[in-house]
Design a protein around this ligand. Structure first.
Ligand SMILES: NC(=O)c1ccc[n+]([C@@H]2O[C@H](COP(=O)([O-])OP(=O)(O)OC[C@H]3O[C@@H](n4cnc5c(N)ncnc54)[C@H](O)[C@@H]3O)[C@@H](O)[C@H]2O)c1
Length: 377
């Protein structure tokens, strides 16, 4: 792991005269070519996925978005002009006519289950954006469909692939922070025209599980202090108890000032703790006498791509490598289910004002949370 660059051009390339890291990469170029499809080519597709695939191709990863399904003609015209790829207004026609190695589902949340299930039923591997879907029942159906079809289902937890979080997890795994006792996650989404939990906090739910393991119980409090929109909560705190015996806290806000979402994650172990500041800087405090160890890019920003630092390139590359049979998925369908289960448990804990134990019964949890949402929206 420490041989891996911190989101910038690998040292041997950069100092070998290939400062942008685009020189011929024999090992990468020799991988089996992967043809992907995309369902839903709106904001995140155009600003993260298409550019990430283009960057991966520039560094010799044989992966392409061969086709995409998008009902909006204006989006489609722009994408074919900039990136190419065959456009289908209807995703079913794309699945019928194209031989795809995998599909990335980037449609609105409420369509994730329909689109993912259609692919899985045809045996086509799926990478689906977060939240996995908008109901625990549907999320369970997706995980089960993948299991039955013996087909790959990955969910987007792009932050797991972001260099500071990958390294934080490595430090926990390697025992530098052995048996951590405490997790702290702070997230500031900063705008309230989307659901605070589904839009942003879900990343922190996932990171809590990624760094600390399974959650066994949680309690939560939430308020709608400023938001006039349709969502019941604009600020919340969540207290977590993990199966390992560790504890944790999340603070999340839709209303505090933020042009761009901001976040901080901390993990406390024995004689050591670490902090990841805004998905950028990792600080490890593991000595009483010496200074802290800090990983922060010192390379000029021109050589650091958001596609890489945001985790999207790593995620897409892992999806392609799993399809080829070369790697295991770093994030599974079950992980997407687990993150959404924490979201549901948080809603229920706020509604009931009491501790909630996991796992949840999906049908009962969906109906209780939906009822609370409709009464408070
Ligand atoms: N990982 C992250 O941090 C992150 C960031 C932003 C968005 N997202 C997620 O990505 C997904 C898309 O978000 P967005 O911001 O791009 O939304 P968006 O509305 O900009 O894009 C969605 C696209 O899907 C298209 N679409 C609608 N119905 C469709 C259908 N039946 N078939 C095919 N396409 C259809 C829409 O026309 C639109 O272009 C959401 O699930 C969102 O939660 C994740």
């Amino acid at each position: 792991m420490f041989d891996q660059p911190y989101g910038h051009t690998p040292y041997e390339k950069a100092f070998g005269g290939d400062v942008y890291g685009i020189g011929y990469d024999e090992a990468r170029a020799a991988r089996r070519p992967i043809r992907l499809g995309v369902i839903g080519a709106g904001g995140v597709a155009q600003s993260k996925y298409f550019p990430s695939v283009a960057r991966l191709r520039m560094i010799w990863e044989p992966v392409q978005i061969a086709a995409f399904a998008e009902p909006r003609a204006d989006h489609a015209a722009k994408i074919t002009g900039v990136y190419g790829g065959k456009h289908y207004p209807d995703y079913q026609n794309m699945l019928r006519e194209e031989m795809l190695d995998g599909v990335i589902v980037l449609s609105p949340d409420h369509l994730h289950a329909e689109h993912s299930l259609a692919c899985l039923e045809l045996g086509v591997p799926v990478l689906v954006e977060k939240p996995i879907t908008r109901s625990l029942t549907d999320a369970g159906k997706m995980v089960e469909a993948a299991r039955k079809a013996n087909c790959l289902l990955m969910t987007v937890a792009n932050k797991r692939f972001s260099p500071p979080y990958r390294r934080a997890r490595w430090l926990v795994e390697q025992g530098v922070l052995q048996n951590p006792a405490l997790f702290s996650g702070k997230f500031n989404l900063g705008y309230d025209d989307v659901d605070l939990f589904e839009a942003g906090t879900i990343h922190l739910f996932d990171l809590a599980g990624y760094l600390m393991g399974q959650v066994s119980t949680l309690s939560a409090a939430g308020v709608r202090r400023y938001a006039k929109g349709k969502y019941p909560i604009d600020n919340a705190t969540v207290t977590l108890q993990f199966a390992s015996g560790a504890i944790g806290n999340l603070y999340t806000s839709a209303s505090a000032l933020s042009f761009k979402p901001w976040e901080r994650v901390e993990v406390y172990g024995k004689h050591a703790w670490l902090s990841v500041e805004d998905q950028n800087q990792l600080i490890l405090y593991d000595s009483e006498m010496d200074g802290a160890r800090v990983w922060q890019p010192v390379i000029p920003n021109t050589l650091i791509f958001d596609e890489e630092f945001g985790g999207y390139m790593g995620l897409i590359q892992n999806f392609a490598q799993v399809i080829r049979g070369n790697e295991s998925p770093l994030v599974t369908g079950q992980d997407g289910y687990a993150a959404f289960e924490l979201l549901r448990a948080t809603q229920i804990a706020i509604a009931r004002h009491e501790w909630v134990s996991l796992p949840l019964d999906p049908t009962a949890a969906d109906s209780e949370a939906t009822c609370w949402l409709s009464q408070n929206s």
